[in-house]
Design a protein around this ligand. Structure first.
Ligand SMILES: CCCCCCCC(=O)SCCNC(=O)CCNC(=O)[C@H](O)C(C)(C)COP(=O)(O)OP(=O)(O)OC[C@H]1O[C@@H](n2cnc3c(N)ncnc32)[C@H](O)[C@@H]1OP(=O)(O)O
Ligand SMILES: Cc1cc2nc3c(=O)[nH]c(=O)nc-3n(C[C@H](O)[C@H](O)[C@H](O)COP(=O)(O)OP(=O)(O)OC[C@H]3O[C@@H](n4cnc5c(N)ncnc54)[C@H](O)[C@@H]3O)c2cc1C
Length: 671
């Protein structure tokens, strides 16, 4: 593949690549999960990227909203057809994981650009059927949905409520006479608002609605609802559906609105894996009423993978550009250095490379936990559900925040050119930041983690055994850091101690408010800024621990392990230095420790500097997936910027229409 061949690059990048101290392929294999998987991924990329159907006639930024939607829909449908029509392709791409990569942050971002109208079908509609449907329901709906015979989305959020699910207003009232549910939107705020693909693309949706049967409300449950006619694609009688208008980014996802007027669906359309309504209207409770939130748990875990892949792209662009860009003088009279020579630039970029690995190791761990816990749930054991919920909320919030901040740091690190659409950094940013809001707004996610931490803290006080991710709340004490041990193990212990003290302080603050007469919920609100900090510190500790474990367990040659250990060390130290107050106040580290760590960080930046370009090369991102004038493999930055500017439709004529209509009359007004 041309974009990966050595030798075809500018002199700056050639020299950078010659300095590489480790085996790049080893890191690529580590990220993909093994050599076979890397080869497999490259093969799929080669097939899809060679297909001219996936090319855009012009940059999507120059198209109208509707043209952009049609262009992305064309490519998304071609992708599904290519997949369905070819058995070899199905074998090659694989099941859910492969198709998710085609639709999402892997290869998908090269095939469709600013949101994929079919993404929610694969990311949430199919998982909702699998996670919430009975075996018979899965058999019926999956066979139709998998091939694209029907297309669906996940319609939960309403105009009035996104976060507070118990406040959703859409109703599903069971009529035992006809054995139907009546779906209804009683108010304007009950209008479903935001679901991807809902506006114009889908003909079905999993609708989350308050279930009423035998005169009683049983809370939010999932229903498969037909939105549009399968032949004409017109909206069904009793259904009003449309698109919600332009957004910060992801504009071709056709996020939509949806209202129901006493709309009837068959009894069989309630997804009944966890709770049931019998034909006579009797309600059968689930083992845990939060099981109907399961689709969100799955997607929160998946978001962690999207987050680091977006950051990988941004930091690849910014690092290569920083090796090609020369600016200012480091030493008066000497040639202008590559901007990557500036320590401040290294401090912007190298921690982002480390963050990619930190999130990756933690995400892999949560993914394994997700599979274990869902396996247990299917056998009736729900003991680990609260821990999984807290981990998935915490890591979703940490990864989307870190990736968004990191992408913006990369954009800023490219100076003015990073602000250009052709750098692709603006689009990567608008896509990444959306994940802070969707699938559970991050502050709300942090507060869920804090709730779990405080509960666990109180359990520990009562002498109960804690689940593994919070077991440190039993064992750590607030004793001052005694030794000069600053090994990775000692730093992870310091993270644990800092959170442990913070959680115990938060519990004391809560108790203080309660002692003064506040009800628990009001006391909680009064402490919530600090509670969020506890949750963030916990998620950071967890990520640090998984990073250290991940590097220790990886099978790597000496040189590759050394570079990965440096990144790991940088990650541990970086977050200590930017949150040093937590470590000092808790007594986990001394001022002297932090000074030593700051010095060490400067040394690590210098040690990693020669490997910077090779580190991002090892992410192995194809030029078409990067889609950036600043970040391509060959480093031919200036020519690409110029060529892209020439393609602007405004440059197809010398004098614009606007000149004759507006400018000339103004300029010649006094003649
Ligand atoms: C390509 C583009 C892809 C884009 C995809 C985007 C798709 C979407 O955005 S879909 C919509 C996503 N929406 C959300 O995520 C909504 C966020 N809100 C929520 O999840 C919940 O309402 C939440 C968690 C905030 C609070 O729920 P609520 O029912 O009020 O529960 P609450 O009273 O706080 O807690 C009750 C208990 O349930 C637990 N709980 C809450 N959620 C869960 C869960 N998912 N699993 C297990 N337990 C849970 C709590 O921990 C708590 O436990 P405990 O009492 O032991 O402490
Ligand atoms: C790009 C995109 C795609 C989306 N796709 C879908 C989709 O496919 N399907 C779907 O159903 N939904 C979708 N959503 C909706 C998304 O899930 C919600 O926007 C999200 O859950 C946040 O809810 P909200 O908008 O009601 O925000 P709000 O809850 O109103 O949040 C507003 C502010 O209030 C704060 N706040 C709210 N509650 C609390 C609390 N308890 N404690 C402290 N602070 C609080 C928040 O932190 C935030 O600062 C999408 C959203 C976006 C942006």
């Amino acid at each position: 593949m041309a974009a990966r061949k050595e030798g075809e690059c500018c002199e700056d990048l050639r020299r950078e690549r010659a300095k590489c101290s480790f085996n790049k392929e080893e890191l690529t294999y580590l990220m993909d999960g093994g050599k076979d998987k890397t080869l497999h991924r490259r093969k799929i990329e080669d097939i899809f990227l060679a297909d001219p159907e996936f090319l855009d006639p012009i940059r999507p930024e120059y198209m109208s909203h509707e043209e952009r939607y049609n262009n992305e829909l064309r490519k998304a449908c071609h992708m599904i057809r290519k997949f369905n029509e070819n058995e070899d392709m199905q074998q090659l791409v694989g099941e859910m994981e492969g198709i998710r990569s085609l639709m999402g942050s892997g290869l998908g971002v090269a095939l469709t650009k600013d949101g994929n109208p079919l993404a929610l079908h694969f990311v949430m509609f199919l998982p909702a059927i699998l996670g919430q449907g009975t075996v018979e329901q899965q058999g019926y709906w999956m066979s139709r949905a998998w091939t694209g015979e029907i297309i669906g989305t996940y319609a939960q959020t309403e105009l009035g409520h996104g976060t507070f699910l118990r406040g959703l207003e859409t109703t599903a009232t069971y009529d035992s006479n006809t054995q139907e549910f009546i779906i209804h939107s009683p108010t304007i705020t009950a209008t479903k608002w935001w679901p991807g693909g809902l506006g114009k693309t889908v003909n079905y949706a999993v609708v989350m609605a308050q279930l009423y049967t035998q005169g009683k409300c049983h809370g939010v449950h999932p229903f498969i609802v037909q939105i549009r006619d399968e032949e004409t694609h017109q909206s069904m009688p009793g259904v009003t559906v449309g698109e919600i208008g332009p957004r910060l980014g992801m504009n071709t996802n056709d996020n939509g609105f949806l209202r129901f007027n006493q709309y009837r669906i068959p009894h069989t359309n309630m997804l009944m894996k966890h709770s049931q309504v019998l034909k006579d209207g009797t309600y059968v409770k689930p083992a845990n009423d939060k099981l109907s939130y399961g689709t969100m748990v799955f997607v929160r875990v998946a978001i962690c993978f999207d987050a680091y892949r977006q950051l990988q792209r941004a930091v690849t662009i910014a690092t290569r550009y920083s090796a090609v860009r020369h600016q200012s003088e480091l030493v008066p009279g000497e040639p202008e250095p590559q901007i990557l020579e500036y320590q401040t630039q290294q401090y912007k970029l190298l921690p982002q490379i480390a963050t990619v690995y930190g999130i990756m190791f933690a995400a892999n761990d949560v993914w394994n936990t997700y599979n274990e816990v869902t396996g247990n749930i299917s056998e009736g054991n729900l003991a680990y559900l609260p821990e999984l919920h807290a981990l998935s909320c915490g890591l979703k919030a940490l990864s989307s925040t870190d990736a968004t901040n990191g992408v913006d740091v990369c954009r800023l690190a490219c100076g003015g050119h990073g602000y250009l659409a052709t750098s692709n950094l603006p689009r990567i940013y608008t896509t990444t930041t959306a994940a802070i809001t969707y699938e559970g707004e991050n502050t709300v996610m942090w507060l869920q983690v804090a709730r779990y931490l405080i509960k666990s803290y109180h359990d520990a006080q009562k002498g109960h055994r804690l689940q593994q991710s919070v077991s440190y709340l039993t064992t750590q004490s607030a004793s001052a850091h005694a030794t000069a041990d600053l090994s990775n193990t000692a730093l992870v212990a310091a993270y644990k101690q800092a959170v442990s003290v913070m959680v115990s302080n938060a519990a004391a603050h809560l108790q203080d408010h309660i002692s003064k007469g506040a009800v628990f919920e009001k006391a909680w609100n009064s402490c919530s800024v600090y509670l969020v900090k506890c949750a963030q510190a916990h998620a950071r500790y967890y990520t640090c621990e998984k990073f250290v474990d991940g590097v220790n367990r990886a099978e790597l040659s000496e040189g590759t392990r050394t570079v990965l250990l440096r990144l790991c060390r940088l990650y541990l130290i970086y977050h200590i230095t930017i949150n040093q107050g937590d470590f000092l106040r808790s007594g986990a580290l001394t001022g002297g420790d932090i000074s030593s760590l700051e010095k060490e960080m400067a040394d690590i930046l210098a040690a990693l500097r020669p490997d910077a370009v090779s580190l991002v090369d090892s992410f192995d991102i194809h030029d078409r997936v990067l889609d950036s004038s600043l970040g391509s493999w060959d480093g031919n930055v200036y020519q690409r910027l110029y060529n892209e500017a020439l393609k602007s439709p405004m440059n197809q004529t010398d004098v614009p229409q606007g000149y004759y209509k507006y400018l000339r009359p103004l300029m010649k007004a006094n003649l």
